[in-house]
Design a protein around this ligand. Sequence first.
Ligand SMILES: [Zn+2]
Ligand SMILES: [Zn+2]
Length: 265
Amino acid sequence: MNRTVKNRPHKGRKAGIVSNTNTGKWRKAAAKKAAGLLDWIYPRRCPVCDGLLGKKEQYLCRRCAGKLKPLEEPRCRKCGRPIHSWTEEYCGECGKERHVYDSGFPVYPYHGPVQASLMRFKYSGRQEYAAFYARAIKIYGGERLRKMSPEVLVPVPVHKKKLQTRGYNQAEVLARRLAREMGLPVDTDLITRKKNTLPQKELSPEERRKNLRDAFALSHPGKKLRYRRILLVDDIYTTGSTVDVLAALLKEAGAEEVYFVAVAG
Ligand SMILES: [Zn+2]
Ligand SMILES: [Zn+2]
């Protein structure tokens, strides 16, 4: 499919307000005013070039619309990364390694403008980019998300200290936005990040697994989960080891299927 996320009128926002009564009109006007005020206090920016968005530009600026290309088919049935042949089911990594999670997908390749955008999203306070990312996940992952049919979205937690210095968990910001798009709840009270992990890149696979296993824990050990199908949400998918550790914990607590979605990978 060759669709790209373009600027559209606020369809969702308008759909809820169809009444022609005065209350409806008043509410509509108030919502518009509030949105305008928010735009003035926190001007919305294009997630690709970081330029200010015009009034009619909802997700991307005009120059950047269509610039980002999602990962191409065919893709691995497990991790959602591109594979070379339509006759293969899995990528090299997923063919030899058994993941604990059921399946998932990143939307964009992690390089170039997407990489730069995600860095600003994570470290420079550009939380509003989540609107675009969530929209892209919904558009490009529509079919996959429907098949997963998750009951709840769970963001990959960050450590308390990181939350203090950064002010927010970018995965949670994304999960909340995506949950709104999908009409699902978000639960941040299932898993806790116990300690600040070392940067994964510098570790061997074995050290990485150990490091990660000790980093997360169930928030309420021994308590059975209310959910059977859970969708983990993160900004970037790298080796899948974090997703696996979280999936193992959630399955231990009673989840039957654990999926993931990421902006890039
Ligand atoms: Zn732009
Ligand atoms: Zn794979």
